[in-house]
Design a binder for this molecule. Structure first.
Ligand code: GAR
Length: 198
């Protein structure tokens, strides 16, 4: 039995693409049950559709409150077939409450473009440049009730070069994000298959 994933996205979806590609060419033994997005017109939706993966759009502005939006988001994830075993936040730009996390038994992970616990939250690459660090990187971690504070699963280190601007540093980190995310998911998938042998 393969690990079933839901991927939550907000934007261009290059991390999603890395996961789609890894599943398509057999490097990642998992099923992508669906992609759930909170922004209309996100490029990530096109990437999913092109790969034949079901999509759902759940935008906060369509709901009377944040709480109702989040319930609808969780409903959309739960409705996917097969029911996701792991929820992957891949460039999903909203914070989720403990109520959401509990519905998925805490099996929610996020990718973030810094070496956490340094530079949580928005504009992590700019924060790293402003602070003058010589190394930054990316982190995959479990999501908890805080902002980028959950237990760390994997990290990659990336040098910050003297001439870097936000774009060049982001690009260098992004290449490592794609590899790290697939590597971490492969670990989850291998453990899942081991634990669910028929
Ligand atoms: C990635 O750099 C990801 O780490 C970051 O947004 C980008 C999404 O790119 N996520 C966060 O900053 C979450 N706090 P993508 O849409 O091309 O995968």
């Amino acid at each position: 039995m393969k690990l079933a994933l839901a991927v939550l996205v907000s934007g261009r979806g290059t991390n999603l693409q890395a996961v789609l590609d890894a599943v398509a060419d057999g490097r990642l033994s998992a099923v992508i049950s669906g992609v759930v997005c909170d922004r209309r017109g996100a490029l990530a939706l096109e990437r999913a559709a092109k790969a034949g993966v079901p999509t759902a759009l759940v935008c906060m502005e369509d709901y009377p409150s944040r709480k109702e939006w989040e319930v609808a988001l969780a409903d959309a994830v739960e409705a996917l077939e097969p029911r996701p075993d792991l929820v992957v936040l891949a460039g999903f730009m909203r914070i989720l409450s403990p109520a959401f996390l509990e519905r998925f038994g805490g099996q929610v992970i996020n990718i973030h473009p810094s070496l956490l616990p340094a530079f949580p939250g928005l504009d992590a690459q700019k924060q790293a440049l402003d602070r003058g660090v010589k190394f930054s990187g990316c982190t995959v971690h479990y999501v908890d009730a805080g902002c980028d504070t959950g237990p760390i699963i994997g990290q990659r280190v990336v040098p910050v070069l003297p001439d870097d601007d936000v774009d060049s540093l982001s690009e260098r980190i992004l290449e490592q994000e794609h590899e790290l995310l697939v590597e971490v998911l492969s670990g989850f998938a291998a453990r899942w298959e081991e634990e669910h042998k028929e």
